[in-house]
Design a protein around this ligand. Structure first.
Ligand code: AMP
Length: 282
């Protein structure tokens, strides 16, 4: 497995694979890889002849005062995980390779980006759409893999690929969790022992909401109220949002009569964690 730092190097490799008629999958990540990322890579390896994992902490998807500089990085460990999972190439560019001087072209989206994380992080999805479209142009994959952990991001990328006629299949993958339910995340490493224990409240609250829906409750206000109550009972947790939106157009919708995404963002101390589930009535 190779680690490539340049756009030109990735392009040359992909061209060679294409000449052999090979199918290429892409897994975009910000690195500090864990079992959640690994599940995406393994799925990509099953469904493609060659898999590229990009490892890039994308500065333009972080707002002012967010954790861009503090975001954990360990390229050697990431490369080992990618190799174990069967990837063929890691693309790990420097910021200057992705954003040259006077970089001034952005991919922006309305609607799907406006609620949930888009509300709390107003420039986030512009940064995500821009970097993912750049990665799509660089790697020209047949398909790309995204986790439902970032459900709004998955909806945004699907919309972007559709709207901009990108001939790339977007594959959504299930959330991988710790034994106590906490969704795996590179940001979990920020948590102290006490905070780590408290963080389990997020998935526990969402599970309680899901159980209400599975038992026939359709009133979103009641379900969201229960989730908020459970989270609020944890002294170390502060709610950013708990919402029910249509899946996958991400519009506020407080009746579970259509497929809905129930999503939450919660501060545990200085760490912002997200989690969600999708509920579709049978
Ligand atoms: P990140 O490195 O956090 O930008 O994540 C890269 C990709 O991995 C995104 O598509 C995430 O949704 C996905 N991902 C992150 N954590 C998990 C998880 N616990 N389970 C499944 N996918 C995940």
């Amino acid at each position: 497995m190779n680690i490539e730092k340049t756009v030109q190097g990735v392009r040359a490799q992909v061209k060679a694979w294409r000449r052999e008629g090979l199918r290429v999958g892409l897994v975009p990540t910000m690195g500090y890889l864990h079992e959640g990322h690994k599940s995406l890579i393994e799925r990509a390896v099953k469904e493609n002849d060659r898999v590229i994992v990009s490892v890039f902490v994308n500065p333009i998807q972080f707002g002012p005062g967010e954790d861009f500089s503090a975001y954990p990085r360990d390229l050697n460990a990431d490369a080992r995980l990618c190799e174990d999972a069967g990837a063929s190439l890691v693309f790990a560019p420097d910021v200057s390779e992705m954003y040259q001087d006077n970089f001034s072209t952005f991919v922006d989206m309305s609607g799907v980006t406006e609620e949930l994380c888009g509300k709390s992080r107003p420039t986030h999805f512009r940064g995500v759409c821009t970097v993912v479209s750049k990665l799509f142009h660089i790697a020209a994959p047949d398909c790309a893999y995204f986790g439902q952990k970032d459900a709004q991001q998955l909806a945004v990328i699907r919309r972007m690929a559709r709207d901009l006629n990108m001939d790339i299949e977007i594959v959504g993958c299930p959330i991988v969790r710790e034994p106590d339910g906490l969704a795996k995340s590179s940001r979990n490493t920020y948590l102290s022992k006490e905070e780590r224990n408290a963080a389990a409240v997020l998935s526990r609250a969402l599970s309680a909401g899901r159980t209400m829906l599975e038992n026939g409750e359709r009133d979103g206000e009641l379900v969201l109220g229960e989730i908020r109550n459970i989270i609020s009972a944890e002294p170390l947790a502060n709610i950013d949002y708990v919402e029910m939106v249509t899946w996958d157009s991400i519009e506020i919708h407080h009746t579970a009569d259509v497929p809905v995404l129930v999503a939450a963002a919660v501060w545990i101390g200085k760490t912002r964690l997200i989690d969600n589930f999708i509920f579709e009535r049978e």
